[in-house]
Design a protein around this ligand. Structure first.
Ligand SMILES: NC(=O)c1ccc[n+]([C@@H]2O[C@H](COP(=O)([O-])OP(=O)(O)OC[C@H]3O[C@@H](n4cnc5c(N)ncnc54)[C@H](O)[C@@H]3O)[C@@H](O)[C@H]2O)c1
Length: 262
């Protein structure tokens, strides 16, 4: 009997972690629909509402039915300006794909969605932040306004860490509804991964030293394939009970920086 191949959607598929996930899924025999600004099956700008709508519509048209896997890797680092764009891609672009593709994920038998958070999300206070309420309200304009008032040397980091915190919360908020629909949803929070995004941060005079100072106890930076390996496991049948989780893959940085907070 012929096996029906799974359909996977990977945003940020043109570079870094997304490219490694795409390659791994293709090698596993899946049909992969990549989404990125360029050089992908679906070329769309996830920083804008119209780009997100176009991305969802094109993905659904290309999939032509159920979607088995969704991995949201598209993201921008703290050095990008204007900083509102960081929140726009890292949070609003992610939830637009999650919610826009939910019905197609629900239509598959054992589907999974994974979003990329970051271990840096734990380094900034989320409780009590005005950004928290703005994200939770889905108020993209207000998130932009609050970020515009942050001193410029901290604004990129505030946008990055808060957006990565917000996507982890978005996963946890959806755990009940998505669980009832039998769609597993998880976040993966990497530490430093050797990609163009990390390289751009290291080369930025505002953030380079801080990023360099976060040395993983395991003694190295991750390769994109190291994160893709965890994505592959979480997406697979062996991870059938992993749902609503935020899985840190950072070589021990989080444990080293806040050993007593858990
Ligand atoms: N590299 C790290 O150290 C690290 C650490 C923690 C989390 N992450 C997260 O992992 C994810 C992947 O990052 P990476 O390091 O592979 O980065 P990368 O820069 O190599 O890849 C990111 C991809 O996202 C795409 N993208 C950016 N803006 C977009 C937009 N507006 N619309 C569509 N696509 C867009 C880029 O074109 C690129 O192909 C990101 O969400 C990032 O925040 C990375």
């Amino acid at each position: 009997m012929a096996t029906i191949s799974q359909t996977a959607v990977v945003s940020g598929a043109a570079s870094g972690i997304g490219a490694a996930v795409r390659k791994q899924f293709l090698e596993a025999g899946m049909r992969v629909i990549g989404v990125d600004l360029r050089a992908s099956d679906v070329c769309a700008d996830l920083s804008t509402a119209s780009g997100r709508r176009a991305a969802v519509a094109s993905v659904l048209a290309l999939a032509g039915g159920p979607i088995d896997q969704l991995v949201c890797c598209a993201g921008l680092g703290p050095q990008v300006e204007p900083v509102a764009r960081i929140a726009a891609v890292n949070y609003f672009g992610v939830v637009a794909l999650l919610d826009g593709l939910f019905d197609a994920l629900k239509a598959a038998r054992h589907s999974s969605a994974i979003v990329l958070s970051s271990s840096s999300a734990t380094l900034q206070s989320w409780a009590g932040s005005p950004l928290r309420d703005a994200y939770l309200a889905g108020d993209e304009a207000l998130v932009g306004q609050i970020l515009a008032a942050v001193p410029p040397e901290q604004a990129g980091y505030a946008a990055y860490a808060s957006s990565k915190n917000a996507v982890a919360v978005a996963v946890r908020q959806r755990a009940v509804g998505w669980g009832a629909a039998r769609v597993r949803l998880n976040a993966i929070a990497p530490g430093a991964v050797q990609t163009p995004l990390l390289e751009a941060g290291l080369n930025d005079p505002r953030y380079g030293a801080a990023i360099r100072s976060l040395v993983a106890p395991i003694g190295a930076r991750a390769r994109p394939e190291d994160v893709a390996a965890l994505v592959g496991f979480v997406a697979g049948a062996s991870a059938a009970f992993i749902h609503g989780s935020v899985l840190i893959v950072d070589g021990g940085i989080d444990a080293a920086t806040r050993p007593f907070d858990f």
